[in-house]
Design a protein around this ligand. Structure first.
Ligand code: HXC
Length: 258
């Protein structure tokens, strides 16, 4: 499979997707998002892959959807072709965990793409924003929905309405990112986190991803019930027997279904 807008690689049991439109700060277009989807399809089907990292460059994770490509759209173009917004939920539907490793700008669609990932690790250079309002549009791939869920209404309104950028430290305080690391350690840290996840039982990892995502889609009572059903189901797994036996025998677990 050859790709035009992304680089696709593997590191151990981790699939690595690098956004690769350096001339446009990794501005996102439909072809690029479709390529991410294809790469994820490949990693989902690959038994040797247990987790995925999506990253950009030192300067930009992605500076948003490609403004040049969108500028002339009519409503008919955008609606009929589902342009720019199609295929964006593919990261969410990926059953294996996806980590965003963000350095530099993550703006507009770039911030939205990072937010569709399961875990967001930021370099100390990262800058997050939803500056669409300056272009006469609004966020269209989850910015008005995922951002308030991640950082609360106050900060989400602030970012979406004023277009100001939030630095990595503020993003960590607000709960958007799980860790901030020095820029030169970003990829190593993200790959190490992914490799750790890929060492666990894949069915359990998938159950955890599904259950945490349920917290966004359901009432607390429904979410707790969903979690309890998954929890009970985990006792049907060979890996549960192995994980607990390894603890009792004071050895490292050798999960069979990674
Ligand atoms: C197309 C872009 C781009 C974008 C940057 N470039 N962002 N091209 N779409 N979103 C291009 C520039 O035109 C320029 O190309 C090159 O990348 C380098 O950018 P500069 O502006 O020269 O860099 P700098 O001065 O460092 O400023 C960086 C920046 C700025 C602050 C990130 O580029 C910027 O404000 N970009 C737009 C950010 C934005 O509005 N994003 C939201 C897009 S709307 P040339 O050829 O001149 O060198 C959106 C909607 C999502 O995302 C909807 C759902 C998917």
């Amino acid at each position: 499979m050859s790709y035009t807008h992304i680089l696709v690689d593997t590191r151990g049991r981790v699939g690595l997707i690098t956004l690769n439109r350096p001339q446009a700060l990794n501005a996102l277009n439909d072809a690029l998002i479709d390529e991410i989807g294809l790469a994820l399809d490949g990693f989902e089907a690959d038994e040797n892959i247990g987790a995925i990292v999506i990253t950009g460059s030192e300067k930009a994770f992605a500076a948003g959807a490609d403004i040049g490509a969108m500028a002339g759209f009519s409503y008919m173009d955008a609606y009929k072709g589902d342009y720019i917004t199609r295929n964006w939920e593919r990261v969410k539907t990926c059953r294996k965990p996806v980590i965003a490793a963000v350095a530099g700008f993550a703006l507009g669609g770039g911030c939205e793409l990072a937010m569709t990932c399961d875990l967001l690790i930021a370099a100390d250079t990262a800058k997050f924003g939803q500056p669409e309002v300056k272009l006469g549009i609004l966020p269209g791939a989850g910015g008005t929905q995922r951002l308030p869920r991640a950082v609360g209404k106050a900060k989400a309104m602030d970012l979406c309405l004023t277009a100001r950028f939030m630095d990595a430290a503020e993003a960590e305080r607000a709960g958007l990112v799980s860790r901030v690391v020095p820029a030169d350690k970003l990829l190593d840290e993200a790959l190490a986190a992914a490799e750790t996840i890929a060492g666990y039982s894949l069915p359990v990892v998938m159950m955890i991803k599904e259950s945490v995502n349920r917290a966004y889609e359901s009432s607390l009572a429904e979410g707790l019930l969903f979690e309890r059903r998954q929890f009970h189901a985990a006792f049907a797994l060979e890996d549960q027997k192995e994980g607990m036996a390894a603890f009792v025998e004071k050895r490292k677990a050798q999960f069979k279904h990674r």
